[in-house]
Design a protein around this ligand. Sequence first.
Ligand SMILES: Nc1ncnc2c1ncn2[C@@H]1O[C@H](COP(=O)(O)OP(=O)(O)O)[C@@H](O)[C@H]1O
Ligand SMILES: [Mg+2]
Length: 290
Amino acid sequence: MHATPHIAPPPTGDELPEWLQPRVPASFKPITTPARFCCIMQKGGSGKSTTAVCLACELALKGLRVRVWDVDAQLGGTTHWLTPQLDDGADHEPANLLHLFKGEASPDEVTYPTRVPNLYVVPSYTSLKQVELAPPPGVEQVIDWAINNTTDPYDVEITDCGPALGQLSVAALVGAPNVVIPLKASGFDLNALTELNRTLTLTKQRLAPQLKIAAVLLSEVLKSNLTSEVFDALCNDYPDSLIMGIRQSVKAREASLESIRLPLHEYAPTATVRKDFQYLAAQLVEVPTA
Ligand SMILES: Nc1ncnc2c1ncn2[C@@H]1O[C@H](COP(=O)(O)OP(=O)(O)O)[C@@H](O)[C@H]1O
Ligand SMILES: [Mg+2]
């Protein structure tokens, strides 16, 4: 079913069975810079932050200036893994996404370098919950506005959503309307897709007409009949999107641990899961030739 032509042979290792080879529709084209992506799925642990961080790193390594937005009020996501490098080296909560939403800091003031050259982060902390509790005016447009009002624009902007489809996630979508959906091959995640599709449709109708689903990723993929069925179903349901598996790897899990906390490309440069993210990066973004 999904053996439609690939743009390029996938550099994802040979041990992938034929039915798990990435499906790239013939109509699919890499997005030219400046490019914006939103990692969204309203299930915790579906691979959003891993995708956002690893995709961002791979694009930064190609020389693109990349910024990741942590749009999740839970601790333990992007800000934890890709910590902002603060001028004073202090371990405090710097001006962050909450302050941008409240109009207390500018887009430039909430953007920080990371240990990865070319890669920047807009951090957030549990205090970000305030945005959902008392939304400031125009909440859904804030990230889009901020991206448009950044002094030195980035080539790629990636928003990483939390596990809810509230106003924060809608703001992340409006700011970055090329959608990347990571999910697991489980009944729970498939049920959640119906609700996500409704939110995507309404956001497109009302706030972001350019919204489109760029990619659907099967996270922590394992070879099984269920995975095969889900892969086929996704190919059917999202005929214009890149569909691919991201292989399960203990390296991906270890890299973000407090005691390690290194980007995957530093911690496990040859891991197969890293090859999957390299492939994803190559398919999603066209790198301009100098
Ligand atoms: N391909 C993978 N292989 C193994 N573990 C993974 C993989 N992708 C993500 N994980 C782990 O699964 C957990 C949830 O992933 P995460 O990206 O934080 O999900 P989300 O942001 O959707 O909540 C993390 O512990 C992460 O390290
Ligand atoms: Mg996350």
